[in-house]
Design a protein around this ligand. Structure first.
Ligand code: HEM
Length: 343
């Protein structure tokens, strides 16, 4: 479905959804004590429409925007929970997540969140958290790229602080093997099925040569390329990323359909065309991950169903209780610093 049609469908569905959300509120409160799909229905009725509009506008300007927004949500949730901690700018005396190795020269989409936040502050001051904006934007990014739709749970509070080290400790490396990936997901309450389903996010977006260069020339210090790379794909990547070339050059994570959210990523893995080492190992390691890759490669509906359930799990990691957080006025600065006119 074209993204314009998807926007119209969202509008048509909104009245039904508002009623359904009111009915669902009781059920959801039982399932997820701190989050609620109807959280803004009365507090800021246009909140979700404003987020959707912002994501739609951003993707008209930049085809990569949905991928960057989806990744922002992942990097938010894995580090101290989904609390907008990765949106905080460094300032004198504070080094946050943005300049930590997994994000530096890599995480993007912050301006889109700023634009949406500004519109929300105009519509409903001090009401919609930055963490909720990121969660809703990630949902819209997936849907507007052709992926599944789901009701996003809301009511997160924004972190008061964070640290660079927290990002380094919690965000999995593209050089991780399957046991390391599972360990890193287990640390935030996710399991191996979540690893495989959520890695399917790499059906959209881009990576820098620095994230996979070692595979092309010297996998595991062997002096040779990773033998799991299909030979034409390897040649293509070596051409894009010369051994001593610029690590900030980029390649599509899914070379076949880079802006469409589909199950092509898993077919790529089966063809030896997984870009990151952490992608390809899901297929080359026998066991559960391989079985799931096989399932998702042949059954897009199974992928979408599992992806949505894993996204809901990820989106509810360590949601902050009232006093632990705040509704930031500016997603880049804690309110206490903002009030002092700090940087
Ligand atoms: C399983 C462990 C994961 C690892 C090791 C990993 C690693 C990476 C790396 C290294 C990049 C490229 C960064 C760069 O070179 O600048 C990337 C991009 C991306 N990742 Fe992951 N990732 C993982 C899981 C996830 C999850 C769970 C999601 C979302 C739910 C996600 C969404 C994305 C997206 C959409 C991009 C493209 C971003 C853009 O184009 O701006 N990843 N990932």
């Amino acid at each position: 479905m074209h993204s314009g049609d998807r926007m119209r469908c969202l509008t048509r569905c909104s009245i039904f959804k508002a009623v359904a959300a009111m009915m669902l509120v009781v059920v959801v409160k039982i399932c997820a004590a701190e989050l609620d799909v109807a959280y803004y229905d009365f507090r800021c009725p246009d909140a979700l429409a404003i987020v959707q509009g912002g994501v739609h506008a951003a993707m008209q300007r930049d085809a990569r925007a949905p991928a960057s927004l989806l990744r922002l949500h992942f990097h938010d949730c894995f580090v101290n929970g989904c609390d907008g901690s990765n949106l905080l700018d460094d300032r004198p005396g504070f080094v946050g997540e943005k300049t930590a190795a997994p994000n530096l020269n890599s995480a993007r989409g912050f301006e889109i969140i700023d634009e949406i936040k500004q519109q929300l502050e105009d519509a409903c001051p001090k009401t919609v958290s930055c963490a909720d904006i990121v969660a809703a934007a990630a949902r819209d990014a997936v849907f507007l790229s052709g992926g599944p739709f789901w009701d996003v749970e809301l009511g997160r509070r924004d972190a008061l602080t964070t640290s660079s080290q927290a990002a380094v400790n919690s965000i999995p490396s593209p050089r991780f093997n399957v046991p390391q990936l599972i360990k890193s997901f287990n640390a935030v309450g996710l399991d191996k099925k979540d690893v495989v389903a959520l890695s399917g996010s790499h059906t959209i977006g881009i990576a820098r040569c620095a994230s996979f260069q070692a595979r092309l020339y010297n996998q595991g210090n062997s002096g040779r390329p990773d033998s799991s790379l299909e030979k034409h794909y390897l040649a293509e990547l070596q051409n894009r990323c010369p051994q001593s070339g610029d690590g900030n050059q980029t390649a599509f994570l899914d070379p076949c359909t880079p802006t469409t959210f589909d199950n092509q990523y898993y077919k790529d893995l089966q063809a030896g065309r997984g870009l990151l080492f952490s992608d390809e190992v899901l297929e080359t390691t026998s066991g559960t991950t391989l079985k799931l890759v096989e399932l998702y490669a042949t059954d897009q509906t199974a992928f979408f169903t599992d992806f949505v359930s894993s996204m809901l799990k990820m989106a509810s990691i360590h949601v902050k209780a009232d006093s632990e957080g705040e509704i930031r006025r500016n997603c880049r600065i804690p309110n206490s610093v903002n009030a002092k006119g700090g940087t």
